[in-house]
Write a protein that binds this ligand. Structure first.
Ligand code: MLC
Ligand code: AMP
Length: 498
């Protein structure tokens, strides 16, 4: 019977094994596992509205990090729905696009957001639910959910202009969590601080998912701020931290700005951590070394992707080699192949292919894109290039120059170009990136504008349309674009303009 209750929902049910333990810490509030679980059951009841099972209906949610986020996510799963997290910084058009693409039947938001989204929801015929409203009583039977059922859709940019939904099953998510709990030695005595956005795999699976499945304590900050992170570290109870390279860079800069006594206290508290992990983008060796001298922690770098969770990781015990992402995690199969799909020997760079129970099933309603993403024999093509050197994988880059990773976010250059071309005063443009120690890559735009085009106005115009657009104005250049003999813009030479 327990198996039928879905392997993933065992993750939720695991909460009942340690009901009195602290699960979620948010501000001064501490919520025990029993509280989180029962609150999620009541959320499931609200979603079900008397039905027996949501039968994989999509439920989108835009809820800040904290107790409310966890009970919403667990509530959707317990009711048999597919959870679709929305970034807190998504502009309205991007939210509408996502609701339309998933055909969501309901949207859960915090009460202060409800007013803003009321009109959109009623126009689209979507039920709007305020996350913080008083809950009803528990009393219904929850559906039995098979592990192969879809659990979550996470949106990711690709080499096409439109973001695509990655469908992850309960079994995928559980496999992704189990492997990390084993490889990184998660224990109920662990206490992690979460500062990551909760619409991506890094925050959802590696931090929130693993912490709660392991019976550990999960502390939330509403958003990232270096001083707030250090204030929590100084309290001395957090012993685990996971973040993208940009966050470690920003923490290191902030540390350097503090008085010496404060720095010493911080160093002392960070030396006591069990583990600090970094990933989602390449960790510059300079940042790794700087962080080690500040915190005494040698960062464990790992490699992953929305479609597969984590695939490669430096070891918990053993050498954490700078500039590398270690070895395949247990149960995750990795190959390096050439353009013809032939396996390459160690030392030869090629594309990373991945197979295993962690790998997603399909892109949401995009069968042709799904087919292209897998080899004939079922290996997922990551589009990343790596080489195996002395037993450690090193990521060299990506096959497509149209994918940018900035601040740990994946951004499609084509998506920005398409948006820019929609502006009445832009006649042509090219979007690319420049390497940057803080952001990994910085987006740069070169464009040909008609008379009257104003960079500030264009910047605001893009921010309204693109969720992940964070372009500092100095990187927006209005210029003649370098073209090849065919009249096409040469993106490599755009970089030379900056
Ligand atoms: C923001 N700014 C940028 C920028 N982002 N400038 C250049 N490039 C960027 N990418 C600028 C803004 O314009 C603003 O400038 C200032 O920085 C502050 O913006 P902010 O949004 O307030 O920044 P901050 O809160 O500091 O956010 C930085 C961050 C955030 C690193 C905390 O980007 C973040 O949380 N990243 C994590 C993303 C993540 O979780 N990825 C995982 C995906 S899953 P001004 O001038 O207006 O002040 C995945 C798989 C895997 O990748 O392997 O894990
Ligand atoms: P996303 O699609 O947002 O999940 O981002 C996944 C991508 O992030 C991967 O395909 C890689 O390009 C990149 N990535 C993740 N971890 C690392 C890492 N440690 N080093 C280099 N790139 C990474």
């Amino acid at each position: 019977m327990d198996l039928m209750f879905s392997s993933m929902l065992r993750v939720v049910k695991a909460a009942r094994q340690h009901p009195d333990a602290a699960a979620v810490l948010e501000g001064m509030q501490v919520y025990q596992y029993a509280e989180v679980y029962h609150s999620a059951v009541r959320m499931a009841e609200r979603l079900l509205e008397g039905r027996a099972d949501l039968q994989e209906a999509c439920v989108a949610y835009q809820v800040p990090p904290g107790f409310g986020y966890v009970r919403t996510l667990w509530g959707i799963w317990l009711a048999g729905g597919i959870a679709v997290p929305i970034s807190l910084s998504h502009p309205l058009p991007a939210i509408e696009q996502l609701l339309e693409d998933t055909g969501a039947e309901a949207l859960v938001v915090s009460c202060d957001q409800a007013v803003l989204l009321q009109e959109t929801a009623s126009r689209m015929g979507i039920r709007l639910i305020c996350e913080g409203e008083p809950e009803g009583k528990e009393g219904i039977e929850l559906p039995v959910i098979h592990a192969d059922r879809a659990a979550m859709i996470l949106y990711t940019s690709g080499t096409t202009s439109r973001p695509k939904g990655v469908v992850l099953s309960h079994a995928n998510l559980e496999a992704q969590m189990r492997v990390l709990i084993e490889a990184w030695g998660w224990k109920p005595s662990d206490h992690i601080l979460c500062v990551l956005p909760l619409h991506h795999v890094h925050g959802i699976v590696n931090v929130v998912g693993c912490a709660l499945f392991a019976g550990a304590r999960l502390e939330f900050l509403p958003s990232f701020s270096p001083q707030a992170v250090f204030d929590v570290f100084l309290r001395g109870s957090v012993n685990l931290f996971m973040a993208v390279p940009t966050i470690y860079f920003k923490l290191a800069n902030h540390y350097d700005s503090l008085p010496l006594t404060e720095q010493q206290r911080l160093t002392e508290s960070m030396r006591r951590f069990r583990l600090m992990v970094c990933g989602s983008a390449a960790l510059p060796v300079s940042v790794m070394d700087r962080w080690e001298s500040i915190s005494g922690q040698r960062l464990l770098e790992r490699y992953g992707m929305t479609e597969i969770g984590m695939a490669l990781s430096n070891p918990l015990d053993g050498e954490r080699r700078a500039g590398t992402v270690g070895q395949p995690l247990p149960g995750v199969c990795v190959r390096i192949v050439d353009e013809q799909g032939q396996d390459l020997p160690p030392g030869a760079p090629g594309e990373i292919l991945v197979q295993g129970p962690n790998v997603f099933r399909s892109y949401w309603q995009r069968p042709e894109v799904t087919e292209d993403a897998f080899t004939k024999d079922g290996w997922f093509r990551t589009g990343d290039v790596a080489v195996l050197e002395d037993g450690y994988y090193r990521i060299l880059g990506r096959l497509s120059t149209d994918i940018i990773k900035s601040g740990g976010y994946k951004i499609s250059a084509l998506e920005i170009e398409e948006s820019l071309r929609g502006h009445p005063l832009v006649s042509d443009c090219a979007v690319t990136s420049l390497p940057d120690e803080e952001w990994g890559e910085r987006i740069v735009v070169a464009l040909v504008g008609e008379a009257g085009l104003c960079v500030e106005e264009l910047d605001g115009w893009l921010r309204e349309r693109l969720p992940r657009y964070k372009l500092p104005r100095q990187y927006l250049l209005v210029a003649e674009l370098p073209r090849n003999a065919m009249g096409k813009v040469v993106k490599g030479s755009v970089k030379a303009l900056f």
